[in-house]
Write a protein that binds this ligand. Sequence first.
Ligand code: CTP
Ligand code: CA
Length: 223
Amino acid sequence: DNAIKQSMPLYGKKVMVTAGPTYEAIDPVRFIGNHSSGKMGFALADELAKLGADVTLIAGPTAQKANSDLKRIDVVSAEEMFNACTSIFPQTDITVMCAAVADYRPKVIAGQKIKKQESELVLALEKTVDILASLGRDKKANQILVGFALETNDEENYAKGKLEKKNLDLVILNSLNDKGAGFKSDTNKITIFNKTLERTVFETKSKTEVAKDICAAILKIIK
Ligand code: CTP
Ligand code: CA
């Protein structure tokens, strides 16, 4: 048993994966969120665990269930996800930031339910912390950091920009222009860029198969 485990390609590696959306509270009954289902992140966490990694999955609000043996930390807001990520990141060998983190949150969270008025309602929003960019700044030479780029236009340039700006080893471009790609779909279509901006284009596949392609790209840079 032990011999089998030790022969697995990611045996002994500590891996962190984030998945799902974040919810940013407006008042006790409302939030700002997005349509991320968490499927891609959970599929990735499962595949990485199957390769023998010691996986911690940090999950925003989602109905997904992990199949594999992994540690799961549930969070709600971008701030909670940031706190969980920064506490675990120093011990990780590989981090994959798959979560659809909210970019903005209400500046103030109303203590009571906001009542409707005759006038229109204007919400002031402030930026959340860019978790991935923050991890990229703290990254040590032996750590691998993988991010996603969700784009609708000029996608390759934006993806490459994120790779460089956030100090990533790989960026997974998820183009919402492609049929069979995106948040609610069971399939996805990705393009991977590595640090040297080498591009690999993949066909539309199930999210489990996409997760395997991403794992293969990670294994390639470990060797
Ligand atoms: N991300 C993050 N923290 C945020 C926002 C994004 O860690 N507050 C991460 C996402 O998990 C993803 C990557 O950054 O891995 C890119 O997210 P994306 O939304 O595509 O890009 P942004 O940098 O947020 O820029 P924009 O939404 O304007 O395209
Ligand atoms: Ca964003």
